[in-house]
Design a protein around this ligand. Structure first.
Ligand code: XMP
Length: 536
């Protein structure tokens, strides 16, 4: 998280000091969604760092500790001396209260989850923002709380800004100094007005210029990559996924022919995907791409294997093998580029182990920097997924590619249940493509969006069982496909999508009529948990 900041970058910036909350990255995301540049740094950065960072405002995150104990984190004193607005959230509020002369006590019960808070004092942070009004006319906010300790005495100079029955001091402010603090979490979507509150803080109270736009970011990133790489050569494993595609387009913009992409086609991609990747990168953008059609090798190794984890391992290992062989031929290469993004960096950082960032090993390139003796280049490691997509479009990638649903590394290998055969992959690719086309073509009148946009992930699954059907005058005995479509924020939990029956009917008719070999289509109505999104 504490990637060195670059003060020469000409953006107004918000500094987020991390006290160890699970949701600190959401603060940065919300600020960036307001088009203001923000960085997350550990709470114990030194004073010189904070001054040099020159923030327009500072946000103090929540955290798991208690300020009632010694040796727990405190806010660097410079934060209160810089003369910029400060917003403390949860632990950030408690440490602000304690350090500025108030009092914090250990709660006897933890308060966790939904709460309704009453706003007081018409502070600039909350005035005019509410979810509903009580019968007495008080403005109320629906928020999400998670805390044990609470502020029991307001520091001198502060006034009460918010309260709940169980947490009478749920917000406080010293408007003369621009200090605001809330016990609830405005960064999570469960706090309905959270985004509005953070926007108010960043744009109005801090007065930060909303100039963080991916279109402008390209120039900065290009400059940075050129300085880093010099005249050396870079290899990148292109998978057709969003992250590696955008990384390739950005690197190509920066260093042109010094970039070589290796695209390993395992034969288990979506219909026409290999052609699309080559068309976009090699033909349209002029990127050097080595296309390895390794489907024979992959399918050969998968023959007879039915266990899902064994299939994953075989595909992963074969990927590394093929990539390594190709990369080994490029004797000039000094760098291996990967599409690591900011959430990968944050999620892989060991909790409490500041600076000890282990990079998530993508199944297809895990361990390669060591075996190939290459330096690691991660041009997207400061960006959130939404920003990666915006950047991709700004770099000229087709929006349909950039806004695609996620696709697992092992591809159709985990969507053909049991043994993988080329015949099954061919049937599945066609059925899947019809389903996706139907989702793209069916518009929901209420939102004006297509069902592809309204779902987070959708695909067909091949079931290697035959069932009896009738077509014309004849009896058929053919395979089954299941359709799966889910809606989710984070892919950790998911709901099955309530697709219109007509859409399902159209997809089913087309699949059965157009894909000879399939005579039955079923729809998966399982949530996650207890089911997973993929079938294997
Ligand atoms: P599950 O099935 O675990 O899927 O609910 C959650 C998300 O992860 C994707 N997924 C994978 N991605 N390699 C990947 O790169 C894999 O082996 C793999 N398995 C599942 C899945 O598509 C969904 O988006």
């Amino acid at each position: 998280m504490s990637t060195a900041s670059n003060p020469s970058v000409p953006h107004d910036r918000i500094l987020i000091l991390d006290f160890g909350s699970q949701v600190t990255q959401l603060i940065a995301r919300r600020v960036r969604e307001a088009h203001v540049y923000s960085e997350i740094h550990p709470h114990d950065v030194d004073d010189a760092f904070v001054r040099e960072f020159a923030p327009k405002g500072i946000i103090l995150s929540g955290g798991p500790n208690s300020v009632t104990e010694d040796d727990t984190p405190r806010v660097p004193q410079v934060v209160f001396e810089l003369g910029v607005p400060v917003l403390g959230i949860c632990y950030g509020m408690q440490s602000m209260a304690e350090q500025l002369g108030g009092k914090v006590e250990g709660g006897h019960t933890r308060e966790f989850g939904y709460a309704e808070i009453r706003a007081h004092g018409h502070t600039k942070l909350l005035s005019g923002i509410q979810d509903f009004e009580t019968a007495e006319g008080y403005g109320m906010l629906k928020v999400w709380m998670s805390h044990g300790d609470k502020v029991t005495e307001i520091p001198p100079g502060f006034k009460l800004m918010a309260s709940t029955p169980s947490c009478p001091i749920a917000g406080m402010a010293d408007e003369s100094r621009g200090f605001y603090a809330v016990q609830f979490h405005p960064e999570v979507t469960h706090t309905l007005q959270g985004r509005t509150i953070l926007n108010r803080f960043v744009l109005e109270l801090c007065g930060a210029r909303p100039d963080w736009e991916m279109g402008h970011y390209i120039d900065e990133a290009v400059e940075h990559i050129r300085t880093q790489v010099g005249s050396e050569h870079v290899i990148l494993g292109l998978s057709g996924g969003v992250d590696s595609s955008v990384a390739a387009a950005l690197l190509h913009r920066a260093i042109g022919d010094q970039l070589t992409c290796v695209f390993v086609d395992h034969g288990l991609l979506r219909l026409n995907e290999a052609e699309q990747v080559m068309e976009t990168f090699a033909n349209h953008l002029g990127v050097k791409v080595i296309h390895i059609d390794a489907s024979e090798a992959f399918l050969g190794k998968l023959a007879g294997v039915t266990d899902p984890e064994a299939k994953r391992k075989i595909i992963g290992a074969e990927f590394v093998e093929v990539f390594q062989t190709e990369a080994g031929k490029l004797s000039d290469a000094r760098w291996l580029a990967q599409g690591t993004i900011y959430p990968d960096v944050i999620e892989s950082a060991g909790k409490g182990k500041k600076g000890a960032h282990t990079i998530k090993s993508h199944h297809n390139v895990g361990g390669l920097p060591e075996t190939l003796n290459l330096k690691l280049l991660e041009p997207l490691r400061e960006l959130f997924k939404d920003e990666v997509r915006e950047l991709g479009v700004a770099l000229g990638l087709p929006p349909a590619m950039v806004y695609r649903h996620p696709f697992p590394g092992p591809g159709l290998g985990v969507r053909i249940l049991g043994e993988v055969k080329r015949e099954y992959a061919d049937l599945l690719q066609r059925a899947d493509s019809i389903f996706i086309e139907t989702l793209r073509d069916t518009i929901d009148p209420a939102s004006g969006k297509s069902w592809y946009e309204l779902t987070s992930q959708a695909f067909a699954v091949f079931l290697p069982v035959r069932s009896v059907g009738v077509m014309g005058d004849g009896r058929t005995y053919e395979f089954v496909v299941a359709l799966r479509a889910v809606q989710t924020q984070d892919f950790m939990t998911a709901h099955w999508a309530h697709l219109p029956h007509e859409l399902l009917g159209n997809a089913s008719n087309r699949i059965i009529n157009e894909v000879r070999g399939i005579n039955r289509v079923v729809y998966d109505i399982s949530g996650k948990p207890p089911a997973t999104i993929e079938w294997e």
